[in-house]
Design a protein around this ligand. Structure first.
Ligand code: BGC
Length: 806
């Protein structure tokens, strides 16, 4: 990988799925995996296309139970394009040998290029260059341009260009025993001479999807007539085009495609829209120019530059931002969709939205707040389901689901397959109630960065209040302790679903959840206080907030129980420290990679519930979300003694007991180690950067990128190493910059000021762009400065490295 290009040489069947995921092109509205156009889905290739928010539900019987799953739907494949020389075999079929192949993803321009030379069994060699885009500015438009050079043969070149409506969801091996047929085919027909139209409808959610494709052939800039015929094959519609070509000559095939769905705003019939808009398009090259410009503009907003860092840190950071912006972008603003954990790049987690957005918002808030606002509104629109879930559970307020899809009901699977044992195991992850706290946290952070009062007043406050009400009703008063407790939940660590040998699901007093509950109670009180009086009165009336409720929030914010052990370390949950110790060494020796220890233990008839063994950061998430000052304040309010010395002790304790079975773990560990163990922090940072590039979870990237790890790794640079925090009307700079990373420069927007930050081992400099906004307050280790438009300020960055108090 160089600074802006991800490259792949040759063929690597075992890693083709990974390459396809990493080479996905998207624009926040739709995305298409970087699959070879001539191959249908099979054991090696999986050409998925997904549109944000297009889901469908199907039922299955698994292990005697009826289960229902909602999935992001694999839409008709718009890629199919192949050719043959002189009536020989088609590219993609046996009889054609690929002599060499190169694939390059140009991150700067959003273009995937592929070059290959192929020889058919008649000895005819053809050089192929393919370029494609999924247009960033025209979100319904995709393009595939194929240039074919007949190296050593003359005769008839036949080109086949199709749309394939016969696709199903089959991208994840673990789900393959489950239903995957989401589409009913409605129309497959030619429209005019050069265009074909394919219309399908999802069979439960009834989303209609139309794709139209126009194929033209050019020699130099001249369009060739060629002879063509409409071809129909199982689910496919397209054209076959015949041309004469001489040795040494080249022709270019241009396939432009439009995609519309019945969910699109400003659309009547998606088929009409697809055909009409296709008719408006000029050619591939002029669209490409606009594509390049759109990416140039977006990269300006997301400017990051790292000079002098070793290895592939900068390219990886760019790749991560690139995939983030292909999943959510300006084009997502008008779409009713959330932040899917695995991007629009594959079918893992069935395209669901989990808490992962917690790791994504910090990047967006500081660059594209309009997008954050739109994505937070995805949650707002799902308040009715969250309220219904709370009611059904006998609670008040809104209970957000652990996995969310189209309407906001709980989409977590009831059973999951352990591929090691082949057993379907009940899935209790829905007990991760903390997802609602993340929603409230995200609303609050968004407001801290933007001061978007309109959003807070109309949407944000209601979400914070409803989440707080829910947790106020989940928390029970424990007379013995004179504190509030929360029973029967799960923390971010998914390994602990119950106490050993207990039939009751969940664990009690997960420290992470309880601290966030205390925090959200304070925010609910604060938000009520902050609202303009008339809106406060309206909300109190509409939501029926009784006078006793704020009193209970006060109480909980002072009296939430935290499981603190005698040595001051927070127990992950009540009783965690009494569980058996796992013999990590022997498991590592026996199994090598033990990230998914849960699967290993289950297949051996054991369970992680018995051990002090965590999948990912749980208690340590607190040090990721809150500064030491904020935690000190929270503890103080709760009447617990806060000793900052327990932070390094906790890190050490949990690090020794974590298998890192989630890519989120490396992000959080890089973060929490940054203060005291820089070298180790850098190791985890590099691991986070490599999460997908090196597919560190062993095969999962092929099923979709890990969006939170991608965004989170960039956030480690921004908020952790560079130490940029937005709190209390101040931009705090608290850098712990590892000099090994050289110099970092990045741009953010804070309170509508465009800012450029530059951090080295010695200094941190903030320069404000031109504008008319009032100055902002900056604070770096006790020094305060006001920064107005066009001004710059510099602080010393280095502090003596604080050592762990061991
Ligand atoms: C992690 C979750 C995460 C999910 C989706 C799981 O492996 O444990 O915390 O939300 O992946 O990224």
């Amino acid at each position: 990988m160089d600074a802006w290009t991800l490259e792949f040489e040759g063929d690597d069947p075992g890693r083709e799925g990974l390459r396809e995921a990493l080479c996905t092109l998207g624009n926040g509205y739709l995305a298409t995996r970087g699959a070879a156009p001539e191959h249908p889905a099979g054991s090696e290739h999986y050409p998925g296309t997904y549109a944000a928010g297009v889901y469908n539900r199907l039922r299955d019987t698994v292990a005697g139970e009826t289960v229902e799953n909602e999935s992001l739907v694999n839409l008709p494949n718009w890629l199919p394009l192949s050719f043959r020389a002189q009536g020989g075999p088609w590219l993609g079929e046996s009889g054609v040998t690929v002599l060499d192949e190169w694939r390059g993803l140009d991150l700067r321009r959003g273009v995937l290029t592929r070059r290959l030379r192929v020889r058919d069994n008649g000895g005819r060699i053809t050089a192929v260059t393919q370029r494609r885009f999924v247009h960033l500015r025209h979100e319904h438009v995709c393009g595939l341009q194929t240039t074919l050079l007949a190296e050593n043969w003359s005769g008839t070149l036949t080109v086949r260009s199709q749309l394939d409506g016969g696709v199903e969801n089959g991208g994840v091996a673990r789900y393959q025993g489950l239903a995957g047929q989401h589409l009913t085919r409605l129309t497959a027909e030619p429209v005019g001479a050069e265009t074909v139209l394919c219309v399908v409808e999802t069979n439960q959610s009834h989303v209609r999807v139309a794709e139209a494709a126009r194929t033209r052939v050019f020699r130099a800039e001249y369009q060739l007539d060629g002879e063509r015929e409409v071809i129909r094959e199982a689910g496919r519609i397209g054209h076959e085009i015949w041309l004469d070509i001489a040795a040494g000559e080249q022709v270019t095939v241009e396939k432009l495609v439009t995609v519309f769905t019945s969910r699109d705003p400003a659309t009547s019939d998606p088929a009409v829209e697809a055909v009409t808009r296709l008719g408006w398009l000029a050619d591939f090259d002029s669209l490409l120019e606009e594509q390049v410009l759109a990416w140039q503009q977006l990269w300006r907003r997301f400017h990051v530059w790292l000079a002098g860092a070793e290895g592939r840190a900068l390219p990886a950071v760019r790749l991560h931002l690139f995939h983030l912006l292909q999943t959510v972008s300006d084009n997502s603003v008008e779409v009713d969709a959330g932040v899917p954990a695995r991007g629009l790049h594959g079918e893992a987690y069935r395209g669901h939205v989990l808490w992962d957005e917690l790791f994504v918002f910090p990047i967006l808030n500081l660059r594209l707040p309009l997008l954050s606002r739109a994505l937070l509104r995805y949650r707002y629109r799902r308040l009715p389901w969250a309220r219904a879930a709370a009611r059904a559970a006998g609670r008040a307020g809104a209970l957000y689901p652990w996995q969310s899809g189209s309407d906001g009901r709980e989409e977590s699977q009831q059973l999951h397959l352990n591929p090691l044992s082949g057993r379907w195991v009940p899935d209790a992850t829905w007990l991760q109630r903390h997802v609602g706290l993340a929603v409230a946290y995200n609303v609050w952070q968004y407001h801290q960065v933007t001061e978007d009062w309109e959003f807070l007043t109309h949407y944000g406050a209601e979400m914070i209040l409803e989440v707080a009400r829910c947790f106020a009703s989940i928390a029970e008063y424990d007379h013995g302790r004179d504190r509030y407790v929360i029973r029967g939940v799960m923390g971010p660590d998914e390994f602990h679903t119950a106490y050993p040998d207990s039939t009751r699901p969940g664990i009690d007093n997960n420290a992470y959840t309880n601290v966030l509950v205390a925090w959200v109670m304070q925010r609910a009180l604060e938000v009520l206080d902050m609202l303009p009086a008339d809106r406060r009165a309206e909300l109190v009336e509409t939501l029926g907030i009784g006078s006793a409720e704020p009193q209970r929030w006060q109480d909980i914010s002072h009296r939430m129980y935290l499981p603190i052990r005698p040595d001051g370390i927070l127990d992950q949950f009540e009783g965690y420290g009494r569980l058996a110790e796992l013999d990590w060494g022997s498991y590592r020796a026996r199994y090598g990679d033990i990230r998914r220890l849960d699967r290993i233990l289950e297949s051996a008839g054991d369970t992680p519930n018995r051990y002090q063994a965590s999948k990912q950061a749980d208690v340590l998430m607190l040090f990721y979300l809150f500064s030491a000052d904020e935690l000190a304040e929270l503890f103080d309010r709760l009447g617990y003694r806060w000793d900052p010395g327990t932070i390094p002790k906790s890190i050490e304790y949990y690090l020794a007991r974590t298998s890192h079975g989630s890519t989120l773990s490396a992000v959080v560990h890089a973060w929490v180690l940054a203060r005291n163990h820089r070298a180790q922090a850098l190791e985890y940072f590099v691991e986070a950067l490599e999460s997908d590039l090196a597919d560190i979870q062993g095969g999962t990237t092929a099923e979709g990128i890990h969006l939170a790890a991608m965004a989170g790794s960039v956030d480690v640079l921004q908020r952790c190493f560079a130490g940029v925090e937005t709190r209390g009307d101040t931009l705090w700079l608290n850098p712990y910059w590892p000099p090994q990373l050289g110099t970092l420069e990045f741009d953010i927007q804070y309170r509508e000021h465009p800012l450029r930050l530059r951090i080295t081992g010695e200094t941190i400099r903030v320069a404000a762009g031109p504008g008319r906004r009032p100055p902002i307050r900056l604070r770096c280790r006790g020094e305060v400065a006001l920064l107005g438009p066009g001004e710059a300020v510099e602080f010393p960055a280095s502090v003596p490295l604080r050592r762990a108090a061991t």
